[in-house]
Design a protein around this ligand. Structure first.
Ligand code: NAD
Length: 252
């Protein structure tokens, strides 16, 4: 433990200027965490607005700009969080992109960008956070954005589905290698969530949402409720899991 209050927990959420990440950051603040709100440079205003909302809830918050696919940015992001908020207890590697595409037409650059953000971004965020957890000697909770496409590929999302399968594999190996440090690693696997991610494909959103057995699209708050559990001591015995929460579209 460091010299800061051991009871004041700190969470970092990547890609938290909007959508699911914003929902998670706000929920963790309600749960009592101080929060570092990350997004990329062009969304810095959005991250600042979320940090303001969190301060309005009575918690400390910072906005921290970083591209999660860049190792130097990620190292600085974690260092800035610790220097501003005192420690790190929970890291949510939420940032991700999606693209509807045909596998025959997918370019190598499109493929690489998908993996750079959705997979390398999780790896770098978790590695930097795990190093911080180990230096604090108190364990910690690693959380990532998977998808129901981590379990069953979506035909219109080839590179995305492959990237989310990779997140599931990384979640398992992080659980194996870092259990000895008291670190758990779990991923949330949502379905069709009502966020700007779908802004470019409103027809796809309506088509996929219409298939949901529970009869409505998922909201960021639904996902945040699962992440709240992952971040809490109630999930201390769970690790290596990519948990489907998609309104009944898929089953384990
Ligand atoms: P979104 O597009 O609304 O928000 C993603 C955020 O990540 C944006 O603020 C964006 O600026 C940020 N971001 C993008 N690249 C970044 C980078 N390199 N570094 C830092 N930040 C970056 O998306 P969302 O719907 O909120 O999705 C969040 C996560 O949940 C993603 O990983 C996504 O794949 C996953 N997910 C979403 C859905 C869905 O239906 N929306 C379903 C399953 C999983």
């Amino acid at each position: 433990m460091n010299q800061h209050s051991p009871t004041q927990r700190v969470a970092l959420v990547t890609g938290a200027g909007q959508g699911i990440g914003r929902g998670i950051a706000l929920r963790l603040a309600v749960d009592g965490f101080d929060v570092a709100v990350n997004d990329i440079h062009r969304s810095n205003d959005k991250a600042e607005a979320v940090a303001d909302e969190i301060r309005g809830l009575g918690r400390r918050a910072i906005a921290v700009t970083a591209d999660v696919s860049n190792p130097d940015d990620v190292a600085t992001m974690v260092a800035t969080t610790v220097s501003a908020l005192g420690r790190l207890d929970v890291a949510v590697a939420n940032a991700g992109i999606a693209q509807a595409q045909a596998l025959l037409e997918t370019t190598a650059d499109e493929w690489d960008l998908m993996f750079a953000i959705n997979v390398r971004g999780v790896f770098l965020t978790w590695q930097a956070a795990a190093r911080q957890f180990i230096s604090q000697r108190g364990g910690g909770k690693l959380i990532a954005a998977g998808s129901n496409a981590s379990h069953r590929a979506a035909s219109f999302l080839p590179a995305y589905s492959a990237s989310k399968f990779a997140v599931r594999g990384l979640t398992q190996v992080a659980a194996m290698q870092w259990a000895e440090y008291g670190i758990t690693a779990n991923a949330y696997a949502p379905g069709v969530v009502n966020t700007p991610l779908w802004a470019g494909d409103p027809e796809g959103f309506a088509r996929e949402a219409a298939k949901i057995p529970l009869g409505r699209a998922q909201e960021p708050e639904d996902v945040a409720a699962l992440v709240s559990y992952f971040a809490s001591p109630d999930s201390n015995y769970m690790t290596g899991q990519t948990v489907i929460m998609d309104g009944g579209l898929n089953y384990n």
